[in-house]
Design a protein around this ligand. Structure first.
Ligand code: IPM
Ligand code: MG
Length: 370
């Protein structure tokens, strides 16, 4: 099998610490299984701004274009709050999404049995929860033109953002949602504000048309975004796949994330269109941020980063068994009561970032008989 080209972008804050634990796992996999990854590592975010003058350089973008998958840590921090918008740490993330055309963002919110007491909701509401949010990631109000702040008169100014979607943009992300729903509980909830927004009405109609033509075997329901936010905290188990636009997906995925008890547990994938040779650009990143307040203290939970790597094995390299093994190793570590500080409820022992990474490798050794 040819080498798998991975670009590692640890980023800022705890990004470096949690990525280091994934690198240990990659190392272990290369030693024990006859496979090798071809790894390059570069700067991104505030760290890149400080050293290279931009939050992502053109060279790094080129490496990202040429690799099979990008593994992204986290970016941002108060230190860069006053940097101009197009050079801010977050701009790197938006550029990667846009230039790699990563239109489909998969954000699973899964409550592991060992952690059902960590949720802010009663455990019977969330025990066994398994939701997949599919967020459109390269269009909508994040990228729509025109946008900007301008003067109308001496005393008045105005600000404009544009929410814009085309038929093909809605179709392609909807297809991802319907296809993945078929592998799960076969239900898609499409979320918009069709009662207020033209784009909402358009989204609903476009999803309905596609469903009728190509996916009538999947259960489809429509929900207004405000109701969806409410239903997520009222009775989250009603959902299987939630399909929504860029902005609502941003909000709803944080809500869904909190149901699971810790942002430190949640991975994500962003996928591009499938190319003629069957491959697709992809980027994997934990849902948590760079957490500058705990950076460098070995307190960060590396499990979301490790689970993001598991998603990479599954979606970019078709290594289902290895992906499941990494997920299982994480679950086993938690079942043994080992916890980082962010998930300390029910802990037998609070351990460091590095100890958590080591514990996952110990479980991998047991599971693989190596
Ligand atoms: C996310 C983040 C980003 C977003 C920020 C950092 C630009 O909140 O990935 O959810 O809004 O998309
Ligand atoms: Mg967000």
């Amino acid at each position: 099998m040819s080498n798998k080209k991975i670009l590692i972008l640890p980023g800022d804050g705890i990004g470096n610490e949690v990525m280091a634990e994934v690198l240990k796992i990659i190392d272990w996999m290369e030693k024990t299984k006859s496979l090798s990854f071809d790894i390059s590592e570069r700067l991104v975010g505030g760290t890149a701004y400080d050293k290279e003058g931009n939050s992502i350089s053109d060279e790094t973008m080129q490496v990202a274009m040429d690799c099979d998958a990008v593994l992204f840590g986290a970016v941002g921090g108060a230190k860069w709050d006053n940097v101009e918008r197009d050079k801010r740490p977050e701009a790197a993330l938006l550029r990667l999404r846009k230039d790699l055309d990563l239109f489909a963002n998969l954000r699973p919110a899964v409550v592991l049995d060992a952690l059902s007491d960590s949720s802010s909701l009663k455990s019977d509401l969330v025990k066994g929860l398994d939701i997949l949010i599919i967020r459109e990631l390269t269009s909508g109000v994040y990228f729509g033109q025109p946008r900007g702040i301008s003067k109308i008169s001496e005393t008045e100014s105005k600000a404009v953002d544009t929410q814009l979607y085309t038929t093909s943009e809605v179709n392609r992300v909807s297809r991802v949602a319907f296809d993945l729903a078929k592998l799960r509980n076969n239900k898609v909830t499409s979320v918009e504000k069709s009662n207020v927004m033209e784009t909402g009405l358009f989204w609903k109609q476009t999803v309905t048309d596609l469903h009728k033509k190509e996916y009538s075997d999947v259960n489809l329901e429509h929900m207004l975004a405000d109701n969806c936010a409410m239903q997520l905290v009222r009775y989250p188990k009603q959902f299987d796949v939630i399909l929504t636009d860029n902005l609502f997906g941003d909000l709803l995925s944080d809500t869904a994330a909190m149901l699971t008890g810790s942002l430190g547990m949640l991975p994500s994938a962003a996928l591009g269109p499938v190319k003629e040779n069957g491959t697709r650009a992809a980027m994997y990143e934990p849902v948590h941020g760079s957490a500058p307040d705990i950076a460098g203290q070995s307190k960060a939970n590396p499990l979301a980063m490790i689970m993001s790597f598991a998603m990479m094995l599954k979606y970019s390299f078709d290594m289902q068994e290895d992906s499941q093994m990494v997920e299982k190793a994480v679950q086993n570590v938690l079942l043994k009561g080992l916890r980082t500080a962010d998930i300390k409820d029910g802990a037998e022992k609070i351990i460091s970032t590095q100890e958590m990474g080591n514990a996952v490798i110990e479980e991998l050794k047991i599971l693989s008989g190596n």
